[in-house]
Design a protein around this ligand. Structure first.
Ligand code: 5RP
Length: 247
């Protein structure tokens, strides 16, 4: 039997392979960020070389852009491509409606901009990312450095309105000091335990001055490919039934 780390790696690999199999010659692609997305980029580069595919790629982070270019993929600024056929990205949590928490790697802003400029967003993940309700993973929120403690106070007040009292809002740190995103912003990680209404919380966060974007991706993902340690991948499709009609 595989140990948990090997099983997780095998599952990520399976999800990445399944997503890369969806890529067609001539596509304009968004490349996600994180360990699962990095595996996908490697498989993609392999297919491009083996099959001579012509693709145009926009990356969701400097790290992904560097990796993709080093593997021979053509990476262009998003604005040079304009619109994308497909974005393939990882996630930190995926709920049954395919609402996501993203931003564990700090790339949530570019990830959201790229996903929003895509016909389709396909999420790739291992089974540990699938949850009944979002919120056990700390929700990343990107904020501008100016007045960030005041912005944090606004966030705490909003959380209280959502019944989320006494929830720590933590400035993400690295050894050298606060973590900085590719845009030079800060990340606040919200320890929420469970999010009652992801859509409402997302809206509320985005209305706070100083908040650039939250890691809640609601109604953005079209499909999730959940890799399994045996090398297969399970497809999850968002429940299209209106909430009031659900059993
Ligand atoms: C980065 C992200 C990643 O997609 C997310 O953190 C998942 O990463 P991994 O595949 O390493 O678990 O949102 O900002």
């Amino acid at each position: 039997m595989l140990d948990p780390a090997a099983a997780s790696d095998a599952a990520k690999d399976a999800a990445a392979r399944a997503a890369v199999a969806m890529v067609e010659d001539g596509m304009r692609l968004g490349l996600g960020t994180g360990s699962t997305a990095a595996v996908m980029v490697r498989h993609l580069a392999h297919r491009v070389k083996a099959e001579g595919l012509t693709l145009r790629c926009a990356a969701t982070s400097e790290a992904t852009a560097t990796l993709a270019a080093s593997l021979g993929l053509t990476v262009e600024p998003l604005d040079a491509i304009g619109w994308l056929d497909l974005t393939i990205d990882g996630a930190d949590e995926i709920d049954p409606d395919l609402a996501l928490i993203k931003g564990g790697g700090g790339a949530l802003l570019r990830e959201k901009i790229v996903a929003a400029a895509s016909d389709r967003m396909v999420v790739i993940a291992d089974p540990a990312k699938v949850v009944e309700r979002l919120g056990a993973f700390h929700l990343p929120v990107e904020v501008v450095p100016f007045g960030w403690e005041t912005t944090r106070a606004h966030i705490t007040r909003l959380l209280e309105k959502h019944g989320l009292t006494h929830r720590p809002v933590l400035l993400r740190q690295r050894e050298a000091g606060p973590f900085r995103t590719d845009e030079g912003n800060l990340i606040l990680d919200l320890a929420l335990e469970a999010i009652p209404d992801a859509c409402e919380l997302s809206r509320g966060l985005n209305m706070i001055p100083g908040v650039v974007e939250s890691g809640l991706f609601v109604d953005m993902a079209d499909l999730a490919l959940i890799g399994q340690p045996d090398g297969t991948a399970i497809e999850l499709i968002a429940d299209q039934t209106p909430e009031e009609d659900r059993a």
